[in-house]
Design a protein around this ligand. Structure first.
Ligand code: SAM
Ligand code: SF4
Ligand code: SF4
Length: 333
């Protein structure tokens, strides 16, 4: 099934909660997401059964890979039950989860892996604790996340992907410490450009640290060589250390957009379907499911939404008028 720009539907990201135990300045700044912020009620969230049903219909429509995200997905109670339900879907090849890690105890990592989770991405924006706390604005330290990475590896989820968002003036000094921390471990750090997702993070182009700068910084210390993408449509550019100490990635969503290869649909925690990270509206699948629609009716909506999709926000960014966009914690990163 191809969209209007001939892109197949390959992956689905599912946000399973809009809540988070961090207040990262580029995602959920505390001045917006304070005590009084109204998060979704439990009844608004898709249930595990609803998620599994929708996911199954997406797999029937061509999706091979599902990633759970949020908000912080490990805040959703018994998430391993959902993993087990999704792992049982015929035709699904890959099941992954993105987390900030602080709730990933040894037991949780083991439970997730045993339930059928195949891969995990853990976000970590700084090794230096003061910088980590400035970015995440929460009561946890970088050591908590490093422990989570070890827990994931001990549960058989290695290599772990470690995603680091860089924002100018905040944490670009962490490029080398992050690279150093994971060189030779088999884990893969990926540096992500700060994106203008949503309307709360006061994004500015001059706060984006370009992927090219990351590569220059690291290769001055440890020379790098490019490697081919692992699969068609991989968003991270891959580079390996010439001395054999492993690989890193850069995700240049702003300076070198990759909309032409974007094969991703997104489902928010309350069941809205989005076809772009920068969308301003989605399609309400929850209403459809809760109205008693049968599988065919839901599948038809999924198919028609994908077939008419023409999103390529990042390629057009400079020419588009500013508009109100959906927030990252809502749509799922
Ligand atoms: N809470 C989990 C976490 O942080 O890993 C999962 C959800 S979070 C929205 C997913 C990813 O989106 C994280 O790696 C985060 O750093 C990234 N992210 C959030 N806001 C971003 C922004 N404005 N630009 C680039 N990446 C962003
Ligand atoms: Fe929470 Fe992840 Fe957003 Fe940070 S990036 S505030 S951990 S959802
Ligand atoms: Fe995909 Fe939209 Fe990002 Fe382009 S801007 S890569 S279409 S999510």
């Amino acid at each position: 099934m191809l969209d209007s720009l001939s892109r197949p539907l390959h992956d689905l990201r599912i946000s399973i909660t809009d809540r988070c135990n961090f207040r990262c300045v580029y995602c959920m700044p505390r001045e917006v997401f304070g005590r009084d912020f109204a998060f979704m009620d439990r009844a608004e969230l898709l249930t595990f059964e609803e998620i599994e049903r929708i996911a199954r219909l997406f797999v029937a429509a061509g999706v091979e890979k599902i990633r759970l995200t949020g908000g912080e997905p490990l805040l959703r109670r018994d998430v391993e039950k959902l993993i087990a339900m999704l792992a049982g879907i015929d035709g699904l090849r890959d099941l992954a989860l993105t987390t900030n890690g602080v709730l990933l105890t040894r037991e949780k990592a083991k439970a997730l892996a045993e339930a059928g989770l195949k891969r995990i991405t853990i976000s970590l924006d700084a090794i230096d604790d003061a910088t980590f706390r400035r970015v995440t604005d929460a009561s946890f330290g970088a050591a908590d996340v490093l422990r989570a990475i070890d827990n994931a590896a001990a549960a058989g989820l290695a290599p772990v992907k470690i995603d680091a968002v860089l924002k100018r003036g905040l944490n670009e000094r962490e490029i080398l410490p992050l690279a150093k921390q994971f060189r030779g471990t088999g884990h893969i750090v990926r540096f992500i450009e700060f994106m203008d997702v949503g309307s709360s993070n006061r994004w500015r182009m001059d706060e984006v640290v370009p992927g090219s700068e990351v590569l220059e910084t690291i290769s001055r210390e440890w020379p790098l060589e490019p490697i081919a993408p692992a699969y068609a449509g991989e968003v991270a550019e891959r580079w390996r250390y010439a001395d054999g100490a492993g690989e890193i990635g850069v995700i240049t969503s702003v300076t070198r957009p990759f909309c032409g290869a974007c094969t991703r649909a997104r489902l928010s925690a309350d069941g809205e379907l989005f076809t772009c990270l920068f969308a301003s509206s989605g399609r309400d699948l929850r209403a459809l499911v809760r109205s008693g629609a049968d599988d065919d009716a839901i599948r038809n909506v999924i198919t028609s939404v994908w077939r008419t999709r023409d999103d390529r926000y990042s390629e057009l960014r400079a020419d588009l008028p500013s508009s109100r966009k959906v927030e990252m914690w809502h749509i799922g990163g």
